[in-house]
Write a protein that binds this ligand. Sequence first.
Ligand code: HEC
Length: 148
Amino acid sequence: MLVWAPFLILVLCATTLAGAAQEATQTVWDGVYTEEQAARGAVLYRQACRKCHFGDLSGAGDPDATPGEVPPGLVGFAFSSRWNELSLADLFLAIARGMPSDRPGTLTPEATADVVSYILNRNAFPAGSKELPPEPERLEQILISNQR
Ligand code: HEC
């Protein structure tokens, strides 16, 4: 029985690794949204997000800010240091549940996916031919990564 232990451990490790690899089948470099979708997201962003996160997505612009609650930047280092190695579902759900912080829960899933597309676009991740789906289960398979 003891002879089998190392073999079993190997099999278990291989299975776990295969599982992890299956979770994320794409990254944000694979063209996971369309230009059109990002353009729709830009309109929504101007209406629902800009007053706090700014037109250049640099953040820190809430005129009625609660002390200690600063809207973070959504581009560049502010974006990558928060979201690198997380999935698009994490970003999608953070927005769906908490934003706009003065009216949380008011965006439809489709509008949320459009805004996420706009944020990806402004972070210079390439557009593609298929729209970003508004379903967290599917967004879980797309990894946000600094690396191409
Ligand atoms: C009234 C001001 C305000 C508006 C409007 C607003 N935000 Fe925010 N946002 C904040 C503040 C404050 C935080 C930081 C506290 C928090 O995470 O709740 C934040 C955090 C975030 C985060 C980071 C969450 C995290 O978990 O790190 C994202 C992403 C975000 N906002 C996106 C958006 C989007 C997209 C919109 C428009 C649909 C939006 N916000 C509208 C104030 C705002």
